[in-house]
Design a protein around this ligand. Structure first.
Ligand code: GTP
Ligand code: ZN
Length: 199
């Protein structure tokens, strides 16, 4: 199995330790953890949480380096509408939406699927949206040394929707740019390519 494949097996010791903790949490929330529906819940949650944070076990730089090719192409490459599921590090509630990623190669291109893989490797951790955006950008910049990288993420935060301020329709947009994308013209071309909504 390559180092960046999604986890399908769970470490028994970690799963048991997490499940023990979730048992206590469920009891502290006032539930009866021995009733039929909840009996296996601590173990299920233990596995779910490991899946939701499996990005810690992935090496995003290695993902890109595993499929880089020499190519004399210096036009903008855009991968848009990449689904993002991450977890807010403040409340451990999901935030989710779309990432749009672009780069302009400088001698090297990367296998297209590796871009969403890098997004996932950083998203499947405890995150804030701003850091997630920057980490994706920095990783692509470091691996490929392109003429520029652009990352935009649009996301809804459950911690703002189902609790707290409870704004069900708010969407947060973050962006991060390097090199050529710091120029107005290139950035505008990227923005117009990824969405009619963004401007
Ligand atoms: N900048 C940023 N803030 C985030 C992100 N996810 C959640 N937050 C915010 O983190 C902040 C934590 O604020 P606190 O005041 O410590 O927590 P809280 O009392 O639960 O805040 P409320 O959500 O306002 O009820 C909140 O304003 C959240 O909206 C993120 O990705 N980026
Ligand atoms: Zn939150």
């Amino acid at each position: 199995m390559k180092s960046y494949e999604k986890i399908e097996q769970y470490d028994t010791e970690i799963t048991e330790a997490l499940a023990d903790n979730y048992k206590v949490i469920i009891e502290n929330l006032g539930e009866d953890v021995t009733r039929e529906g909840l009996e296996k819940t601590p173990e299920r949650v233990a596995k779910a949480m490991q899946y939701l944070t499996h990005g810690y076990g992935l090496d995003p730089l290695e993902i890109l380096k595993s499929a880089m090719f020499t190519e004399d192409h210096q036009q903008m490459i855009v991968v848009k509408d990449i689904e993002v599921y991450s977890m807010c590090e403040h409340h451990m509630l999901p935030f989710f939406g779309k990432a749009h990623v672009a780069y302009i190669p400088n001698g090297k291109i990367v296998g297209l699927s590796k871009i969403p893989r890098v997004v996932d490797a950083f998203a499947r951790r405890m995150q804030v949206q701003e850091r997630l955006t920057d980490q994706i950008k920095n990783c692509i910049q470091d691996a490929l040394n392109p003429l520029g990288v652009a990352v935009v993420i649009e996301a809804q935060h459950m911690c703002m929707q189902m609790r707290g301020i409870q704004k069900q329709n708010s969407v947060t947009t973050t962006s991060s740019f390097t090199g050529a994308f710091e120029k107005d013209k290139t950035r505008k071309e990227f923005i117009s390519l990824v969405s009619n909504k963004l401007s």
